[in-house]
Write a protein that binds this ligand. Structure first.
Ligand SMILES: NC(=O)c1ccc[n+]([C@@H]2O[C@H](COP(=O)([O-])OP(=O)(O)OC[C@H]3O[C@@H](n4cnc5c(N)ncnc54)[C@H](OP(=O)(O)O)[C@@H]3O)[C@@H](O)[C@H]2O)c1
Length: 274
């Protein structure tokens, strides 16, 4: 890990922030990006105070020119990116019919188009170095589509498919590609996806973001194709493929129950407090 230059997207919270801390402790020079500059600067300072090296570059990854500026700035400051961790992403809890079109577009722009574009932008540098590692954060929702996250699942199915082909393209060039698919993780994801001020509720057994950071560090030390974390979701992925009708019933029921729960949480949040 020592001295390698790693770009971590979505580093202002959750999995991205935990990964940046973890990799910086191991000697990686980390570039932190996301939209919230104050969060990025605070994390960069925290890393430097512990003896690490960090650079904070705010960027809205929905914007193609911001992605170009980001990679240009890293290359001009430090040199080519050797490790790219495509982690930025968000979901939106709603039926397909009720998901606003601009949200659909932004979700695809951040969750998958930014990933593809950043890969294109860092690859010439990796090719010059003759090495590199790209880690794409998908989700168990990239294998099992679960309402009311159907649009989000579609972006993550795309991440899984993109990572598979990319791995096959880049293997001969000494550049590794790993796709990491976490189950529920305790981050700001639920708050963002619900639009509520407070997370409407955690899925029992949710992981700490540090567990995903450790899995990323493991994959960098010993490159693997794919990690599903926790591994107990592997049988569920298999059952979804083998017995889709069985999962249809359960997932549809669970999706409706979650939407009812959200409606109640919204009502409580909007109710006047005395
Ligand atoms: N939490 C889970 O249960 C879970 C499970 C499986 C997979 N994942 C995936 O893990 C990844 C990280 O999510 P998380 O759980 O850590 O959630 P999080 O705490 O909400 O973090 C999401 C990150 O993405 C960044 N981001 C969002 N929109 C962006 C934009 N337009 N431009 C730049 N950055 C943007 C956010 O930063 P700013 O808001 O500052 O821009 C934030 O740093 C996502 O890809 C998510 O889909 C999460």
């Amino acid at each position: 890990m020592k001295e390698r230059i790693g770009l971590i997207t979505g580093a202002s919270s959750g999995i991205g922030a935990a990964t940046a801390r973890w990799l910086a402790r191991q000697g990686m020079r980390v570039v932190l990006t996301a939209r919230r500059q104050d969060r990025l600067e605070a994390l960069a300072q925290e890393i430097r105070a512990l003896g690490g090296t960090a650079l904070a570059i705010p960027a809205d990854l929905a914007d193609p020119s911001a992605r170009q500026r980001l990679v240009r700035q890293i290359e001009e400051t430090w040199g080519p990116v050797e490790v790219l961790i495509n982690n930025a992403g968000f979901g939106y809890y709603a039926t397909v019919e009720e998901t606003p079109w601009d949200v659909v577009e932004r979700m695809f722009a951040v969750n998958i188009l930014a990933m593809i574009h950043l890969v294109q932008l860092v690859l010439p540098g990796m090719r010059r170095l003759g090495r590199g590692h790209i880690i794409n954060i998908a989700s168990v929702a990239g294998y099992i589509s679960t309402p009311p996250l159907t649009v989000y699942s579609a972006t993550k199915f795309a991440v899984v498919g993109f990572s598979e082909g990319l791995r096959r393209e880049l293997e001969p060039h000494g550049i590794h590609v790993t796709v990491i698919s976490p189950g529920p993780v305790r981050t700001e994801f639920g708050r963002v996806a619900s639009g509520l001020a407070v997370d409407p509720g955690e899925v029992p057994g949710g992981l700490n973001p540090e567990a995903v950071a450790r899995a990323i560090a493991r994959a960098l030390r010993r490159p693997v194709r794919e990690i599903v974390i926790p591994a107990r979701y592997r049988p569920a992925i298999w059952i979804n493929r083998a017995l889709p009708r069985l999962v249809d019933w359960g997932a549809a029921r669970q999706g409706r129950a979650w939407l009812r729960h959200l409606e109640k949480a919204r009502g409580e949040e909007e109710a006047p407090k005395d």
